[in-house]
Ligand binder design. Sequence first.
Ligand code: SAH
Ligand code: SF4
Ligand code: F3S
Length: 435
Amino acid sequence: MEKFYHIVTYGCQMNVHESEKIAGILSGLGYVGCDRIEDADIVVFNTCCIRENAENHAFGNIGMLKKLKQSKKDMIIAVGGCLTQQMGRAEDLHEKFPYVDIIFGTHNLHSLGDLICRKLKSRKAVIEIEESEGAVCEDDKPLRTSYPNAWVNIMYGCNNFCSYCIVPYVRGRERSRRSENIIREVRSLVDEGYKEITLLGQNVNSYRDDMSFPELLAKIADTDAKFRLRFMTSHPKDFSRELVEVMASYPNICHCLHLPVQSGSNAVLAAMNRRYTVEQYLEKVEYLRSRIPDCAITTDLIVGFPGETDADFEATCDLVGKVGFASAFTFVYSKRTGTKAASMPGQVPEEVSKERIIRLVDLVNSQTRELSKGYVGRTIEILCEDYDKKRGMYLGRDEYGRMGYFASNKDLVGSFVKIKVEQANGVSLTGSIAE
Ligand code: SAH
Ligand code: SF4
Ligand code: F3S
């Protein structure tokens, strides 16, 4: 009889791709993916702990499975990812949700198959949290679910220890994959017909093997095949002119850069341990724009970091205006136990953070809307990614990451389509096929 799996993913792109690796492992064991949690023989929660609400979201959903598990005793519930890797959290989880069968850490992903076998032989919960990173896995067989886009890890972990961030504690130290394996993986994805490749790492700029990141990017881009190349994330302190030159030299590298600035105040940036100043950030942006004038820049911003004053917050708003980000992810600072910022004085009251985030979101949205308006009447090239049943339209993004919708009688997923933009609705655009 066929057995089904269902994976619930929280957190970043890295986690989304890791869920594809989990799907690869499960299908290797003979399981088949299913859409409804109720139909699954194994449910895997791939968790995130970057902010408190990410954790609460996962806790809520795991809690909701209690009833289902009572009526479906053979169903296996597994919880993995960043949340479980945090010191002491696996035990907390086990206590809170004793019906969870398997708890595994970020460094135990590749043993999931063994853990399932162990669970099938035992009534007790299987808990496996490895402290150390272990060797980099070069032969993952992800079950990719996002054609025509494919993600490729180039490195794992982070050494930066930004004072607010839990990632270095749950993902371990930086380690890079071998360049030859990355290049081979990208080449074969392009041969298989993938049209957009995103290279992934917490800080791709500190990639190190027999070549640097700009060299790796150039090698991957150096081909006549038509596909788009993106990468994330770039830490501003390591974002180099050499990388800008590579971006400017190869037509398949998107003119789009995610460069998280976090704050527009030097005092806050120093307390965050970001190791760049606002001036240095702006200087990099200016250089990028001088070489690639059309480059879209997106960012991440945090409000309410400990000690953030009204003046610091105003400085963030000023910076947003100065750079003209194409879009930005905005977050309220969330205290993470074990990080340096958690014990800093001057924790900002919730009401103040709330006011600030509302203003910042308004500001960012109004800029994004303005940029969208500028698109009306222009013809852009969209990589068609999906069909939106509700709207009855296909959708995709242009090289700058802007979402565009259009109607078509033909299935165009995976094709580059030129559309004439007729309408700008906030962040997204609507148009019709040109030519
Ligand atoms: N490695 C990437 C980002 C990883 S996390 C980088 O360095 O840019 C994604 C974003 O989450 C961060 O850029 C930051 O803006 C936000 N973030 C991280 N920890 C946070 C916290 N404790 N509270 C609020 N936002 C946080
Ligand atoms: Fe977190 Fe900073 Fe590392 Fe990004 S660079 S993952 S924000 S510690
Ligand atoms: Fe990503 Fe969340 Fe972990 S943002 S690295 S899944 S803590």
